[in-house]
Design a protein around this ligand. Structure first.
Ligand code: ADP
Ligand code: ASP
Ligand code: MG
Length: 511
């Protein structure tokens, strides 16, 4: 069987829902279980409605109108969503009484997006002759912890889901709500923004599906967000670890948690375009065909992040200091993105969505703390980065020439990711320039170009080894990259990065 997930961008209009139902029909023989997101923008509208309710204004009018418009164009019964709209009205009234958006109420309010879209899509599929029915994922056994805004799946889901889905008629196509679940006490939870991808992967793992298909509005995972780099190229095959890094570091096309359940069962995840069915998309696999391995697979970026710097002479040669810092993050449930350390300071970036008051109070007890807002991270991801010196030189050279300041450059322990921080206002320019440098400048550059000690290609004998100028010419690198790539100009990193202890033991190390 197959799990197919259609995102908000695929179910935003009556026409796209028709497209979606056509795709489901094409795969009917594979016995698909379909996971759907809310109609595009509806989750944002629900959050907005909840905020208005906090201020005493309760209205479901905009949300009703958004759905009725689609229902009308699909020629469905206008009354099908009345029970949900009524219940949503009650939830918003509850918010208006409490006068604040408690996480439990947030989850209830936003759950209506998927609860309504699944009903519309199932109703249209039935009107088009498919035997389809809408299901809430929580009625099919999806259980999570009680982290209402970003819940974690509970292991029992993996045994509950096959039983409930097994009770569904063989010929029926279940249209299941993405994004939402229930905790052990029966309260609604959400899997985090963009979490329907995660729902699909959980169902696929629970049901031992042959594949998870994530249908969206682009041809797959591209070498960069096509909204920033229109010339970005579709990646045919990508490893689970590369995809996870890209998703974690901002490639919205996939929710970061999606890969884990599928990976555990070695189920391939395929990203496909609802609006371009002829494209074969991207397949995420456990082991990639190494021959296809390029130096950089893709560039991702994450906006709205804050960089927290903690400095204290107490850090010097002290053990346990880092633990205290990370414990403070854990206690405040704040996820850490990029970390870099020097002898007496540590810099950590976090998503600006988190409130920092509690954390900063704790950190202040450990050292001098300052926070820089309006930052963005840029991450270059690729298994080809391993053992290939010179990347940082190209990054610094390319961005330095454009006057873009780079901070906190770090390499993940997996060595398939280099991340650094720039001012948010520079992020698009940085991604465009780096995409040009790594993907457009030279075909040769894409295939591990640097013959250098320390790298895999160090086995090249002295007589075979091309001269520095030969290499630079062959690579057709931009002038700055020729100058800065270590191997061409050793020691450039020493000049560029202030300090940083090289340690393989840390989860991140300075490069
Ligand atoms: P859906 O509604 O299908 O879940 P999303 O909006 O969540 O779709 O994700 C698709 C979007 O992800 C694309 O329109 C694209 O702008 C963005 N995106 C960011 N990085 C990438 C990337 N590397 N490859 C493809 N798309 C990306
Ligand atoms: N509707 C939810 C959101 O907008 C979940 C999803 O789209 O995957 O975040
Ligand atoms: Mg999405």
């Amino acid at each position: 069987m197959l799990v197919m997930k259609f995102g908000g961008t695929s179910v935003g209009t009556a026409d796209s829902i028709k497209e979606v139902v056509g795709i489901i029909r094409d795969y009917k023989d594979k016995k698909p279980l379909v996971v759907v997101s809310a109609l595009s923008k509806v989750t944002d509208m629900l959050i907005e409605a909840a905020k208005m309710a906090v201020n005493g204004e309760v209205s479901v009018d905009d949300i009703r109108e958004r759905h009725l418009d689609v229902i009308k164009h699909l020629e469905l019964d206008a009354a099908i969503l009345e029970p949900e709209l009524k219940e949503l009205g009650h939830a918003l009234t509850g918010v208006s009484y409490v006068k604040k958006l408690m996480p439990e109420l947030y989850a209830v309010v936003v759950s209506f997006g998927e609860r309504m879209s699944s009903k519309i899509i199932a109703a249209y599929a039935r009107s088009a002759g498919l035997n389809a029915a809408a299901y809430n994922a929580f009625d099919l056994g999806l259980k999570t912890d009680s982290n209402y805004e970003e819940a974690e799946v509970l292991p029992e889901s993996y045994s509950l889901i096959p039983v409930s889905v097994g009770n569904i008629g063989q010929d029926e196509v279940p249209i299941v709500t993405g994004f939402i679940a229930k905790d052990s006490s029966g309260s609604i939870t959400t899997l985090g923004r963009g979490g329907s991808d995660y729902t699909a992967s959980i169902f696929a793992a629970a049901l031992n599906a042959e594949e998870v298909q994530i249908w969206t509005d682009v041809d797959g995972i591209l070498s960069a967000d096509p909204k920033i780099v229109p010339s970005a190229k579709t990646i045919k095959e990508i490893s689970f670890s590369e995809a996870a890094e890209l998703a974690f570091f901002g490639a919205r096309v996939l929710h970061p948690k999606t890969v884990t359940p599928a990976l555990n069962k070695n189920i391939p995840v395929r990203i496909l375009n609802t609006f371009n069915r002829s494209s074969s998309g991207t397949v995420i696999v456990k082991v990639k065909n190494e021959n296809d391995s390029e130096l950089i697979t893709a560039i991702a970026c994450k906006r709205s992040i804050s960089a927290i710097n903690i400095s204290s002479p107490k850090m010097l040669l002290a053990y346990g200091f880092m633990k205290k810092i990370f414990d403070a993050f854990a206690r405040n449930k704040i996820s850490v993105d990029v970390v870099s350390t020097s002898e007496v300071s540590v810099s950590i970036t976090v998503d600006a969505k988190y409130g920092l008051t509690g954390l900063l109070k704790e950190l202040n007890a450990l050292g001098a703390v300052n926070v820089a807002y309006d930052k963005a991270s840029v991450s270059l991801v690729g298994s080809g980065l391993k053992n290939t010196p010179g990347i940082a030189g190209i990054i610094f050279g390319t961005l330095g020439e454009a006057g873009i300041n780079v901070e906190m450059i770090s390499m993940g322990a997996s060595e398939i990711n280099i991340s650094f921080i720039v001012e948010e206002k520079n992020v698009e320019k940085a991604v465009k320039l780096l995409h040009k440098a790594f993907f457009d400048m030279s075909e040769t550059l894409k295939h591990k170009p640097f013959a250098s000690a320390g790298g895999k290609q160090a086995s090249v004998s002295e007589s075979q080894k091309p001269s520095v100028s030969d290499d630079a010419r062959k690579l057709k690198l931009p002038t700055h990259a020729q100058e800065h790539a270590p191997g061409f100009s050793p020691g450039v990193l020493d000049k560029t990065i202030k300090t940083g202890k090289l340690s393989q033991n840390k989860s991140w190390r300075m490069i």
